[in-house]
Design a protein around this ligand. Structure first.
Ligand SMILES: Cc1cc2nc3c(=O)[nH]c(=O)nc-3n(C[C@H](O)[C@H](O)[C@H](O)COP(=O)(O)OP(=O)(O)OC[C@H]3O[C@@H](n4cnc5c(N)ncnc54)[C@H](O)[C@@H]3O)c2cc1C
Length: 496
């Protein structure tokens, strides 16, 4: 690979990068993308997702602008709606009202139009029946504000985005990792990249950084998230090592957002160090609202039913990491086994099964057996069985008198067979990053934007604090990607 020059250089090749590249190309700029990974691992975390996308919609009439529905589906399925106000409430509530108001407004206000724009580029969407709908009285009902997912999940999304990029004349340079920014007289003029061990100089009139957070960098994780985060598994790509953030900070970019926070979930205890595309996100184990979780001491430690899993899963990884030896077992009995999500039916799992609770206790590796049996006894006595169980709504079927209550979906654990799944913490992405303007420009520590530098996706800080509403990563990547790509394209036009 030789040195080259382009109008807009996009660093990264995930969802945010692809949207940035396509938007920049629409302005008439020449565009290229750099991907640190080889082609078979392209697309960063976006490829690892199941493709859930949180978007404002007011009913079927909006959804049919995103995907095709049969007349039967339009009539018989309760898709509900998800208004801008509900989105704002969710963002506010889960981030303790810390989310950046301007960025949040952009995310919410442009979510639907951005997905419609993606569809014009060839991206396809579908209803998320598998994970976001329960059948109640023979009828599908969607819950938790999520009714849209990318067709083919993350791999389908990235595949169609890359096809759209190639069609638009945007080359994607694989195994080419940006190492530093070229800055002359305070203006960004390109990047130095590494391609198969060789340094390459790529000149650009504008650079969009869309190369992920620092989740795959154990040193930065420990430095910013804190002790034991070096021990967490990484759910997705091994390539998001914080390079984009570091190269921007090195030329005076402003840090923003929740640098000590990240999105982390319950993840198979024996999953590999980084994600595995053959398994995708199926190492996650997200049916804990239907059961209980116990730690090595044999005790419960969190309200498994505090809210729909969409609003708790992203913070419970950290809770599991803080348990003794960083693991927990999820426990279910036969009453709920057929409701467990599809990730509970894969081959590579740390799972045990037993016909009695005593036998189960013996099989829970690393758990205090005696205390576990006591926990189950107290649990069964505490469940408010008089309240009907309904997994499609927050049913208020709670517990009485426990030190750690469960607020919804409490069921006794007394009907064999019993199943248990061991989980540890799987880090998805980090929340801290760069500060951007409402045009996607990277702000400097002294105030004004750094000329020629734009950013999108995970490495933008300020949207998420403490927690995250499921399906927002892809949509924020798309919205901010389009914003930054458009901003970069217009910046180049203005300077020509
Ligand atoms: C298992 C899993 C499941 C998820 N499920 C969902 C979901 O269903 N819905 C949802 O909304 N979100 C989900 N997320 C979160 C979502 O993946 C991210 O929020 C989103 O994909 C981030 O997009 P991005 O483009 O910013 O980053 P990425 O998609 O990670 O892209 C970053 C890109 O930069 C490249 N790169 C890194 N460093 C360099 C460098 N120095 N030079 C060049 N390239 C570089 C990477 O290789 C990659 O191509 C999930 C994440 C994981 C890991």
């Amino acid at each position: 690979m030789d040195d080259f020059q382009v109008d807009v250089l996009v660093v990264g090749a995930g969802n945010a990068a692809a949207c940035a590249a396509l938007a920049a190309r629409e302005t008439g700029a020449s565009v290229a993308m750099l991907e640190a990974a080889p082609e078979e691992e392209r697309g960063g975390n976006s490829t690892y997702t199941a493709g859930a996308m949180r978007v404002v919609f007011h009913g079927v009439e909006d959804l049919v602008q995103l995907y095709d529905l049969t007349e039967d589906e339009k009539r018989d399925v309760d898709f509900g709606k998800y208004t801008a106000d509900e989105y704002l409430d969710d963002m506010g509530r889960v981030t303790n009202y810390r989310c950046d108001p301007e960025l949040t407004d952009i995310l919410i206000g442009r979510s639907f139009e951005t997905l419609k724009w993606m569809r014009t580029k060839g991206v396809r969407f579908q209803p998320s029946y598998g994970r976001q709908a329960f059948k109640v009285n023979g009828k599908y009902k969607f819950w938790g504000g999520l009714a849209v997912e990318a067709w083919g999940g993350g791999p389908g999304l990235v595949d169609l985005e890359h096809k759209a990029a190639v069609k638009a004349g945007i080359p994607i340079h694989y195994q080419t990792a940006a190492v530093s920014l070229i800055e002359e007289d305070g203006v960004v003029r390109g990047v130095i990249a590494r391609h198969k061990g060789r340094k390459v100089r790529i000149g650009a009139k504008a650079v969009v950084l869309a190369c992920g957070g620092f989740e795959s960098n154990a040193e930065m994780r420990t430095r910013y998230l804190g002790p034991t985060w070096d021990l967490a598994k990484v759910r997705g790509t091994r390539f998001n090592t914080g390079a984009g953030i570091n190269m921007a900070l090195a030329i005076g970019a402003k840090a923003h957002g929740n640098w000590s926070g990240g999105h982390a979930v319950g993840w198979d205890m024996n999953a590999p160090e980084f994600g595995d595309l053959e398994v995708g996100d199926n190492f996650q184990k997200h049916s804990y609202p239907l059961g209980i979780m116990v730690n090595a001491n044999g005790v419960r430690f969190v309200d498994e039913g505090a809210d729909f899993r969409n609003y708790t899963y992203a913070k419970y990884g950290a809770v599991i990491l803080s348990q003794p030896q960083q693991f927990a077992w999820q426990i279910f009995d036969s009453k709920v086994l057929d409701r467990l999500r599809d990730e509970y039916r894969i081959k590579r799992m740390t799972k045990v099964r037993a016909d009695t609770i005593e036998e189960l206790a013996k099989k829970l590796e690393g758990v205090n057996e005696e205390q576990f049996l006591k926990t189950i006894k107290e649990w069964n006595a505490a469940v408010m069985t008089e309240v009907p169980f309904n997994p499609a709504v927050k049913d208020g079927r709670s517990t009485r008198g426990l030190a750690v209550p469960k607020s919804n979906w409490a069921n006794t654990i007394d009907e064999p067979p019993f199943e248990a799944y061991a989980v540890t913490c799987g880090l998805t992405f980090t929340f801290g990053g760069l500060k951007i303007t409402n045009q996607g420009e990277v702000e400097s520590t002294d105030g004004p934007p750094i000329p020629g530098l734009f950013a999108a996706g995970e490495l933008v800080g300020g949207l998420f604090y403490h927690n995250y509403p499921g399906g927002t990563g892809l949509v924020s990547g798309a919205v901010l990607g389009k914003l930054a790509g458009d901003g970069a394209g217009r910046y180049v036009k203005d300077r020509n």
